[in-house]
Ligand binder design. Structure first.
Ligand code: CDP
Ligand code: CDP
Length: 234
């Protein structure tokens, strides 16, 4: 199968990462969770009492920041490592969610993480989800998807996810966090969340998970076919 880059951007909790993961699996592509990198950077700053608004702290934090992904051999799931330690669960807690958008506004931090994301996707055959994948990280991505869903639906989904991991969080608290992150992510100066004109918008509020995965896989296969035809004719 031909290799392309699939960029999935959108608001918090509309299903980007779980959908991206399933799409990657269906196509035999690699899934890259760019949000996990911002979350790991946030955890690093929190652990070392570094402030993202202090340039010296940012420099210090970036110098000692090493993020990687590894597949867990038992579950086959991709997990995030921070300076050699598995932080997959820690980066999904509310403590990190509450600070991540602030960390993600910092230009220097974005620059480092974007460069890493571009390196990881250089050989194509990747599905990457985030906020600026189609606009900044891979502006030439062959397929761009912009996912949305209403706030109520997104909050309920996130609450269930946290509950499955043993963290009980009030629905209103989750709604406030999602809305606040959407606000910061969409209004920041550096790489704000935007829908690029060439992105396909998918509202997942009333879709089934399998339905939205199938829709994107179908779009991807159509793009791959078109690329093959083009290569055959040139
Ligand atoms: O999973 P959820 O949608 O809650 O968030 P995420 O994808 O894990 O991303 C966490 C945060 O990282 C977002 O709210 C953004 O502030 C930031 N982020 C970003 O700025 N750019 C990206 N490409 C990915 C995430
Ligand atoms: O990455 P993002 O924050 O956009 O969302 P996510 O971390 O993939 O979380 C979305 C949650 O909603 C996951 O638990 C999905 O299984 C669930 N879900 C969905 O994504 N789409 C539906 N149509 C129904 C449920």
């Amino acid at each position: 199968m031909g290799k392309i880059v699939i960029a999935i951007d959108g608001y918090s909790g509309c299903g980007k990462s779980s959908t991206a993961k399933a799409v990657a699996k269906a196509l035999g592509f690699t899934y890259i969770d760019s949000g996990a990198m911002y979350r790991a950077a946030t955890l690093h700053f929190l652990n070392h009492f570094l402030s993202p608004s202090n340039p010296n702290d940012v420099e210090k934090g970036l110098k000692s920041l090493e993020i990687s992904f590894q597949i867990n051999p038992d579950t086959q799931k991709q997990e995030t490592y921070l300076n050699g330690l598995n932080v997959e669960d820690q980066i999904r807690t509310m403590k990190v969610s509450e600070r991540v958008s602030e960390v993600a506004t910092v230009k220097q931090i974005r620059k480092e993480l974007v460069a890493k994301q571009q390196r990881l996707g250089k050989r194509k055959g990747v599905v990457m989800d985030g906020r600026d994948i189609g606009s900044v990280v891979f502006p030439d991505a062959e397929l761009k998807v912009f996912m949305t869903a209403d706030l109520e639906t997104r909050a309920a989904r996130r609450q269930q996810e946290l509950l499955d991991k043993g963290e009980m969080v009030d629905l209103e608290e989750i709604k406030t966090n999602l809305a606040e992150r959407d606000r910061i992510d969409s209004s920041r100066v550096e790489s704000p969340l935007i829908k690029t004109p060439d992105a396909v918008e998918i509202d997942t509020s009333n879709l089934t998970f399998d339905g939205q995965v199938a829709q994107i896989v179908q779009l991807a296969k159509a793009v791959i076919e078109k690329e093959k035809d083009y290569a055959g004719n040139h």
